[in-house]
Ligand binder design. Structure first.
Ligand SMILES: Cc1ncc(COP(=O)(O)O)c(C=O)c1O
Length: 372
């Protein structure tokens, strides 16, 4: 029997070690300058993201949830409006619609776990204003199909790209297709800060103007309050940390893709598993593997088996689609495809401090499980 290893699902301390000196120096520099709110590190960060994903405006905000709420508000979405989204998303996507007074309308996802365009089209009513695809697990949806529906019915697209910074579809990055896109820099995200953080991006000048006001209490450059707004600014110190992390970001995404390839090659012959799409599955997608989410017909036993062998796994969002949270009032929503999947989803360790040996060990344990 091979010796047991400890492979936590995520490993913040190991990741910190990889850039420890540079990050401590950066914190020292920011604190020595007393540069905390709306300072040059944030501006640099916003420029860096513009360049990374090819978009005209980037605004660092408090977190990914606020990014969604601000984007909806800037697009004038509110009471009486409906926002269509996949039920296999984080509660934040639906909560953002709820918080602006609109109705989140939940639909099915397809085989790659992304929103199902057919299901979107069926859910359209005369109140529908927005399609809000979640760019899930570091993958960008088939945006051609969604854009065609949006054009046909005169809807806007606001992308929840919290999990998908720099992933792309046909060379265009997640977050840049719709009227606005939103990102989260929660610590475990592909680009994660040391706390909460987020951004809204847009190519639309009027949206950008409104977003600048909304994130800083409606104040213009002269400090004059010209509309109602809120306090939702990305901390300068978090932006400075993210600037350090961006230096290795592209290389880090390549390593995530490499890990996904290793999982794919080692596990593709196990009939019970449905794997994440492989990095080389088609030329249209460039996935950055925020998560490696597979499906297993023996999910709970597999999870326990791996835990006994020191391998941490997670069931995304506790194994519930948004409409399955009883207290939220979606009693009349029935989504058989998503419901079947939520009992099968499992995420394997996926982060840049994993080594080849770690990944090999995880795969060996999974193979042992299916050999029994
Ligand atoms: C798909 C999705 N949407 C929205 C969010 C919300 O981001 P945050 O936690 O930064 O508010 C997350 C973060 O977990 C997410 O995964």
């Amino acid at each position: 029997m091979k010796s047991k290893r400890n492979i936590p699902f995520f490993n913040y301390p190991a990741l910190f070690k990889t850039q420890e000196k540079e990050i401590i120096d950066t914190l020292h520099d920011v604190m020595s300058r007393g540069a905390y709110i709306l300072q040059r590190d944030l501006e640099e960060f916003e420029e860096n993201i513009k360049e990374l994903i090819g978009v005209k405006h980037v605004l660092g905000v408090a977190d990914g949830t606020n990014a969604l709420i601000l984007a909806l508000r800037a697009a004038d979405i509110g009471p009486g409006d409906e926002v269509i989204m996949s039920s296999h998303t984080y509660i934040a996507t639906a909560a953002s619609a709820h918080f602006v007074g609109a109705k989140p309308v939940l639909v099915e996802c397809g085989a790659d776990h992304m929103i199902d365009p057919e299901s979107v089209e069926k859910a359209i009513t005369d109140k529908t204003r927005v399609i809000m695809p979640t760019q899930l697990n570091g993958r960008t949806c088939d945006m051609d199909a969604l854009q065609a529906i949006a054009d046909k019915y005169g809807l806007i697209i606001i992308e929840d790209a919290a999990q998908a910074l720099s992933s792309n579809f046909n060379g265009k990055c997640a977050g840049t297709f719709g009227l606005a896109g939103t990102f989260s820099f929660y610590p475990a995200k592909v680009l994660g800060c040391f706390g909460d953080g987020g951004a809204v991006v847009t190519n639309d000048d009027e949206m950008a103007r409104k977003l600048y006001l909304l994130r800083d209490h409606g104040r213009n450059d002269e400090g004059e309050v010209v509309t109602w707004g809120t306090n939702s600014r990305l901390d300068n110190i978090q932006a400075a940390i993210l600037n350090v992390k961006l230096k290795t970001f592209k290389k880090d995404m390549e390593w995530r893709r490499e890990i996904a390839s290793m999982y794919d090659q080692a596990l593709r012959d196990i009939d019970d598993l449905i794997l994440s799409p492989a990095p080389d599955e088609d030329e249209k997608h460039y996935d950055v593997y925020q998560n490696y989410e597979l499906e297993s017909g023996h999910r709970d036993e597999l999870k326990s088996f791996l835990a006994e062998r020191g391998v941490g796994t997670i069931i995304q969002w506790g194994g519930k689609a948004v409409h399955q949270f009883k207290e939220l009032g979606f009693d009349d929503v029935c989504l058989p495809v998503v419901e079947k999947m939520t009992s099968r989803f499992l995420m394997l360790p996926m982060h840049t401090a994993l080594t080849d040996e770690d990944v090999g060990y995880v795969c060996d344990c999974i193979k042992d499980f299916y050999r029994r």
